[in-house]
Ligand binder design. Structure first.
Ligand code: HEM
Length: 255
């Protein structure tokens, strides 16, 4: 069998697909969080950043398609591995409820995965398509005029005076509805748990986890997932507690 066929058709190949696509998805969620945390700085930062991403045009689409393909492959490999696992356990007498560790963690990975998927669909509808609030929500958000240049690696990529989409207000308005904010917190909590197990599994699959540093790896991954959760919690949390507010110009002209 050719190497590509082996990758897709063998159990170990599918585990490698899960691990590699998992790394890409982890890279995205960390990068996305770092970008989002700019909401705590002056409005120029996150609005300039979002504008910069949109000006990437075809590059942005390559990134989006890569992400979509990775998410699709990740879900496909997880589904096939689960079906295989069920078949392999067919002989086991389930009436005895043999709650072995592997079964528990794969169930927990599956359910946290479902919730994260539902969250991403909702999230895209809310922030990328702007279709959750009202039909005219995104169009009616005030435009924002950049006060200063936005730089990437020292290069000005969005210039002062440019009219940009007011992403900062969009996020704050979105999270000012407590039900939305709590749903985000719940979903990123489950995502963090998904990452806690997933990150360790991927080290195992890639042969990078062994008994000598297994404990240290667990501690590092746990701390990283906790930091990831707190970083995500900070944004809806700050809106709910009134620490993150609309800038006065947006507040007065928002429908
Ligand atoms: C507090 C948490 C979060 C905030 C404030 C937030 C904010 C945003 C915003 C404002 C956008 C739209 C950007 C634009 O159209 O200019 C966006 C897009 C997106 N977010 Fe989030 N996000 C959060 C968490 C997450 C998480 C946890 C995931 C993944 C599990 C995620 C996945 C995405 C994806 C896939 C997009 C679409 C990117 C694109 O258009 O190419 N977000 N997010």
């Amino acid at each position: 069998m050719n190497p590509l066929g082996h990758l897709f058709c063998s159990t170990i190949g599918r585990k490698v697909i899960m691990a590699v696509t998992g790394i890409v998805l982890i890279g995205f969620v960390i990068g996305h969080l770092v970008g989002n945390l700019q909401v705590f700085e002056e409005p120029d930062r996150i609005n300039g950043y979002a504008q910069f991403l949109h000006t990437l045009g075809p590059v942005l689409w390559v990134m989006r398609i890569t992400l979509l393909v990775c998410a699709g492959l990740h879900i496909w490999a997880a589904t096939v591995l689960t079906i295989e696992d069920r078949k392999a356990r067919g002989a086991v007498d389930y009436r005895t409820k043999t709650w072995i560790q592997a079964t528990l963690s794969s169930r927990y990975m599956r359910w946290t995965g479902y919730v994260v998927l539902a969250f991403v669909i909702y999230h895209l509808a809310q922030f990328t398509l702007g279709s959750v609030q009202s039909a005219s929500y995104k169009e009616n958000l005030p435009e924002y005029t950049m006060n200063a240049d936005y730089h990437v690696m020292g290069i000005p990529v969005v210039h002062a005076g440019t009219h940009v989409h007011d992403v900062r207000s969009m996020v704050i308005l979105g999270f000012s509805q407590p039900i939305v904010a709590f749903f985000y917190i719940f979903a990123v909590g489950l995502l963090s748990l998904h990452l806690l197990h997933g990150a360790q599994s991927l080290f195992q699959t890639l042969g990078l986890r062994n008994s000598s540093w297994g404990k240290a790896l667990r501690a590092i991954v746990t701390l990283a997932c906790l930091a990831y959760f707190l970083g995500n919690l900070a944004i809806p949390g700050a809106v709910l507690t009134g620490h993150l507010k609309l800038n006065p110009a947006s507040a007065s002209s928002t429908p």
